[in-house]
Design a protein around this ligand. Structure first.
Ligand SMILES: *Cc1c(COP(=O)(O)O)cnc(C)c1O
Length: 442
C-alpha cells in the first residue's frame, strides 16, 4: 500500500498512533480502525456533535461511520445525553435487576412481535455466540450453518469465512480457532438455496441452526435474494432446526421493527431467534438475543443453557439504548431512508461521471459502494472489486472532510443528524474523490 498524501495537519493523531502502537497491538482495539486496508494515519477523534466528528488536530469531518451504526441519531444527541447523565448520577452498575433494562427489553419486544423475550448482553459477539449455544441446547444438535461473508462477531464457531474485518484482511478464519471449534460450523455461499438444500439432505437431523445476517452488510451490502430468508426458515423448520436472524446491523436501523418489520415473514417463514446490537445501545455496549418463548425458556435460570454477564443490562448503557430507541420515531426512519437514498445517488453520479466502474447496492436504507461493475450477490463476487481504487477514493474524501469506513467491505452509515449541510459537504467532496478513484497510479 502506497502511503497517501495527507494535506490536513494530522500530527497529533500520528503521535497518538505511535504511542498507541507501543501498548496496544497495531495501535487499535478493533483491527479495521488501523487503516491497513487504505493506508495512512487513522484519526484519533476527540469529539462528535450531530453529523460532525472532530479529530485530535482539530479537523472536522462529516461522519459516515457513525461508530459502525449505533449512532442513528448522530453524535451526542441532547435527549440521549440527558438520559445517560441522569443514569450516571444514580450510579454506574448494580449487578442486580434494574429498571432501564426492563424498559429496554419491553421496547425491543414491542418493536418485533415475534420476539417474546430477550436477554441483554454487552456486544453483538456475545449475542450471536449465546444464540448459537441456545440453539444447540434447545435442539440437542451440534451443527451450525453460516454463510461466507456474513459476520456474526468474533466467537470461535462463527469466525469461519466471516465478513467485516476478516474480509478486509483476507484472513480465512483466524489463527487460534481449533479444528474442534470450527468443525461444527458449515460455511455455504450466501444466497445459494441449493447449497442449503444439499446440506439439509445430507445432515439435516444434526443441524441445530442456520444463522444469517437479516441482510448481509459486512461484505459490503448484499441483500438476500427474493425469498432466500423465508426459504432458510422453511427448510430449517422442516428438519427440526432453528433460524437465527442476525439483526445486529439491521435491527432498528432499516425500520422501526428492523429487517423483520420491513419484510414481515410470518409463521413457518419467520426466524426463531434474533440478535440485536449496535443501535439498541445508542453508542454504549448493549446487545441482545431473543425470540420464541419456548426456546428462550431454555436459558438459565429457567432452563439448562447457561449464559451470564457481570455488566449485562448495565443501567447506564441501557438508559442510553432506551433513550436512543425512544427517539427513533417513524419520522426518523423516513428521514434516514431519504438521506441514504440521496447520498447513494450522489455517490453513483460522481463515480459514473468520472468513469469509475461501480455498483451501489442497498438493503432498506443500508447501502455500500462496490468498486466493480459486477452485480454482487455473494462473498466471492464482493471480493472481485478494485480495493486500490476504493483506497484512493477514501483518502480524497477524508482530505475533503468526509470520514468513510476505512474498508471497501463496509456499509456507509448516515444518522438523523445528517442534514442538508452535511449532504452539501459530501456532494462538494465527491467529484474530486471520484477522479482520484479513476486515476491509474504510476
Ligand atoms: C457488528 C456485528 C456483529 C458483532 O457485534 P459486536 O458488538 O462488534 O461484537 C455481529 N453481527 C453483525 C451482523 C454485525 O454487524
Amino acid at each position: 500500500m502506497t502511503t497517501p498524501v495527507e494535506s490536513p495537519n494530522v500530527a497529533t493523531s500520528a503521535a497518538w498512533f505511535e504511542r498507541a502502537a507501543a501498548v496496544i497491538p497495531g495501535g487499535v482495539n478493533s483491527p479495521v480502525r488501523a487503516f491497513r486496508a487504505v493506508g495512512g494515519t487513522p484519526r484519533f477523534f476527540t469529539s462528535g456533535r450531530g453529523a460532525i466528528i472532530t479529530d485530535a488536530d482539530g479537523n472536522d469531518y462529516v461522519d459516515l461511520v457513525c461508530s459502525w451504526g449505533p449512532l442513528i441519531l448522530g453524535h451526542a444527541h441532547p435527549e440521549v445525553r440527558d438520559a445517560v447523565d441522569a443514569a450516571t448520577a444514580r450510579g454506574f452498575s448494580f449487578g442486580a435487576p434494574s429498571i432501564a433494562e426492563v424498559q429496554l427489553a419491553e421496547e425491543i419486544v414491542a418493536r418485533v412481535p415475534e420476539v417474546k423475550a430477550v436477554r441483554l448482553v454487552s456486544s453483538g459477539t456475545e449475542a450471536t455466540m449465546s444464540a448459537v449455544r441456545l440453539a444447540r441446547g434447545a435442539t440437542g444438535r451440534p451443527l451450525i450453518i453460516k454463510f461466507a461473508g456474513c459476520y456474526h462477531g468474533h466467537s470461535d464457531a462463527l469466525l469461519a469465512a466471516a465478513g467485516s474485518g476478516v474480509a478486509t484482511f483476507g484472513i480465512p478464519g483466524s489463527a487460534g480457532v481449533t479444528e474442534g471449534a470450527a468443525a461444527d460450523t458449515i460455511v455455504l455461499p450466501y444466497n445459494d438455496q441449493d447449497a442449503v438444500a444439499h446440506v439439509f439432505a445430507e445432515a439435516g437431523e444434526r443441524v441445530a441452526a442456520v444463522i444469517t445476517e437479516a441482510a448481509a452488510a459486512n461484505m459490503g451490502v448484499v441483500p438476500p435474494t427474493d425469498g432466500f430468508n423465508e426459504y432458510l426458515a422453511r427448510t430449517a423448520h422442516a428438519h427440526g432446526a432453528l433460524l437465527i436472524s442476525d439483526e445486529v446491523m439491521t435491527g432498528f436501523r432499516v425500520s422501526r421493527g428492523g429487517w423483520q418489520g420491513l419484510t414481515a415473514p410470518a409463521g413457518d417463514e419467520a426466524p426463531d431467534l434474533y440478535t440485536f446490537g449496535k443501535v439498541i445501545g445508542g453508542g454504549l455496549p448493549v446487545a441482545a438475543f431473543g425470540g420464541r418463548a419456548d426456546v428462550m425458556a431454555q436459558l438459565a435460570p429457567l432452563g439448562p443453557v447457561y449464559q451470564a454477564g457481570t455488566l449485562s443490562g448495565n443501567p447506564v448503557a441501557t438508559a442510553c439504548g432506551l433513550a436512543t430507541l425512544r427517539n427513533c420515531t417513524e419520522e426518523v426512519y423516513l428521514q434516514l431512508n431519504r438521506t441514504a437514498a440521496v447520498l447513494a445517488a450522489l455517490v453513483g453520479e460522481a463515480l459514473t461521471e468520472a468513469g469509475v466502474p461501480h455498483r451501489v447496492q442497498t438493503a432498506g436504507n443500508l447501502f455500500s459502494v462496490f468498486f466493480s461493475d459486477r452485480e454482487v450477490s455473494d462473498f466471492e463476487a464482493a471480493q472481485q472489486q478494485d480495493t486500490a481504487a476504493f483506497a484512493r477514493f477514501f483518502h480524497a474524501m477524508l482530505e475533503a472532510g468526509v470520514s468513510l469506513p476505512p474498508s471497501a467491505y463496509e456499509a456507509w452509515f448516515v444518522s438523523a443528524a445528517h442534514d442538508e449541510d452535511a449532504l452539501e459537504r459530501i456532494a462538494t467532496a465527491l467529484p474530486a474523490a471520484a477522479r482520484a478513484a479513476a486515476e491509474v497510479p504510476a
